[in-house]
Design a protein around this ligand. Structure first.
Ligand SMILES: C[S@@+](CC[C@H](N)C(=O)[O-])C[C@H]1O[C@@H](n2cnc3c(N)ncnc32)[C@H](O)[C@@H]1O
Length: 537
């Protein structure tokens, strides 16, 4: 009787196993997970019943089936991006057979996806030791190479995208690691928390690079002949809805993601928010217990996204590769702790779904890291309006200085001349002479030149204007450098500097100056030759 039942149970398990495998092979992951889960329960039930069974053959057969079910369920779960649960399955399968090739391979791929390069590498190495079929050898070596490259990037924060840039951004964007440099989260004098440097950082060096929780991209119709602002807005709303769904799904799939999202500001009283330890954001920190997870509160999630999302085409960002043709929005968790300044010391670069943040000026240990939320090449009053739409008043050094002088007659005259559409050359001359009279120096000059950048670029761009005013206007490269030193450069400043360089037929020294400006704008992500290609030099 007992034997008969055992036979029936065995047959049932066989059927389950072959059906589940069929779904797995057909890539019907959900169905196969369902059946493997059933098989796992049956095996566990049988094993507990056979605890004291003297039939060791049967116990070992059951263990084998359980190991197979766990290993295959891990594969299916990982294909759905359910990495935490897939990892648990792998560990359980490896507890049964620590050298099981398929499970080691699957676990390695999962750890690689979770940016845990050393753990992934260990799995691939152990899998190589237990390789029975040489056809996998090349694949495993390929994975080991990838782990090595990504671990180096992650540890050193050094990227070299030269080949990709020199190929004209052909193919997919390069695979990037997660890197958190010399930074920490602390209370900020601006509001709530901010990101701070823990070491001196040279301009161009990378502060962090990180993959988005989710991104969406699309082409927004330009308001014009074929569409109006209403259709642009509806297209944006469709993308936004898709984005919310993606963030929600990512948070539901991974407890760590959901916990980290819950540390972000939802625009409430920021002073009351706690300061999370930077180690929580490191990929090696696995599952974490968060006491106040609030991600299933849709209202709060929407507020968090509203406060923390970044658009790729912002003026303070550069986009490399094909994404620059799209409107893109994303959520990058650690970058969300960076506050705004009109006198920023960092910029961002978008590569695929990665955000790369670099120092756009030299940063001292203890300084707060800031980037611009909006265009800071605008006069003080315009910037104030912009920061108001973000719900704060910027009180950075530059704003404090410009607020103080904003009521002066000469500033008012310059603004009126700009409004009247006066000759840009005369506006620049008026500003430069005013600064000379007031004996302004260094950064103060850079601040005002950035604020009235439109006048400078307008003047440099018109031969007629330069003929008339040229002798009373400082050289384009001098202005570009003083602006970059004060508020960090951007592509517009670079363009003016490079145009000037071209006109003068630029020597080695001038070329070096342009490359230095380029490193401030793009960061040190390419070697010299590729930087020249980026700058079209
Ligand atoms: C992306 S979060 C930055 C991190 C935020 N301070 C925190 O504690 O989570 C954006 C919010 O920070 C605040 N913020 C950013 N820059 C600021 C600034 N310069 N002055 C005042 N508040 C600022 C605003 O409340 C803004 O909505």
């Amino acid at each position: 009787m007992k034997e008969e039942r055992a036979e029936m149970e065995e047959e049932m398990m066989q059927q389950l196993r072959s059906k589940a495998t069929e779904f797995l092979l057909r890539e019907e992951w959900m169905e196969s997970i369902k059946l493997y889960s059933h098989l796992v329960s049956l095996c566990q039930e049988q094993l507990s019943k056979n605890n004291d069974d003297s039939d060791s053959d049967r116990v070992s057969k059951l263990q084998k089936t359980l190991r197979l079910a766990l290993s295959n369920r891990a594969e299916a779960r990982s294909r759905l991006g359910d990495f935490s649960e897939a990892l648990e399955d792998c560990d359980r399968a490896l507890d049964i057979e620590s050298s099981h090739f398929k499970t080691l391979f699957c676990k390695g791929k999962i750890l690689l996806n979770l940016n845990r390069y050393t753990g992934a590498s260990d799995c691939f190495k152990t899998a190589l030791l237990h390789l029975q079929d040489n056809q996998y050898s090349e694949t495993l070596h390929g994975y080991l190479e990838r782990c090595k490259k990504l671990e180096f990037q992650s540890r050193t924060g050094i990227l070299d995208l030269s080949d990709w840039v020199l190929s004209g951004f052909q193919g997919k964007s390069p695979e990037l690691a997660e890197h958190i440099g010399a930074v920490e989260i602390k209370k900020s004098e601006k509001s709530g928390r901010g990101l701070f440097a823990t070491k001196d950082i040279e301009a161009g060096n990378l502060l962090l690079f990180t993959k988005a929780v989710a991104t969406v991209r699309g082409i927004l119709p330009e308001p014009g002949e074929d569409s109006d602002s209403h259709s642009t807005e509806s297209a944006r709303l469709v993308l936004w809805k898709d984005f919310i769904d993606k963030v929600f799904a990512a948070a539901m799939r991974c407890k760590k993601t959901s916990g980290l999202i819950s540390t972000l500001s939802g625009g409430e009283d920021e002073e009351s928010l706690s300061v999370p330890d930077i180690s929580l954001f490191r990929p090696e920190t696995g599952e974490i217990f968060f006491s106040d997870e609030k991600v299933d509160d849709m209202g709060r999630l929407l507020n968090v996204l509203d406060v923390n999302c970044l658009t790729e085409d912002a003026i303070s960002a550069n986009v490399l590769g094909k994404n620059c043709d799209y409107y893109g929005v994303g959520l990058w968790i650690l970058a969300s702790f960076i506050n705004h300044s009109c006198d920023p010391n960092a910029r961002r670069l978008h590569i695929g779904d990665h955000l790369v943040i670099h120092a756009s000026k030299d940063i001292k240990a203890g300084d707060e890291i800031t980037f611009a939320y909006f265009d800071v090449f605008l006069p003080f009053n315009k910037r104030r309006e912009m920061s108001k739409t973000w719900g704060f008043y910027c009180k950075c050094k530059r704003c404090r200085f410009e607020e103080e002088i904003s009521s002066r007659g000469e500033i008012k005259e310059i603004e009126m001349a700009l409004e009247r559409g006066s000759d840009m050359g005369s506006v620049v001359v008026r500003l430069e002479e005013g600064m000379r009279r007031r004996m302004m120096k260094g950064k103060e000059k850079g601040y005002l030149r950035a604020s009235y950048w439109v006048a400078f670029s307008g003047a440099y761009g018109l031969e007629k204007t330069m003929k008339r005013w040229g002798r009373r206007i400082p050289a384009d490269e001098t202005v570009a450098e003083s602006v970059a030193e004060a508020v960090g450069g951007d592509e517009r400043v670079l363009r003016v500097a490079i145009e000037g360089l071209r006109k003068r037929g630029g020597g080695v020294y001038e070329m070096e100056r342009a490359l230095k400006l380029g490193r401030g704008v793009y960061g040190k992500v390419v070697k010299k030759q590729a930087m020249r290609a980026l700058l079209e030099l």
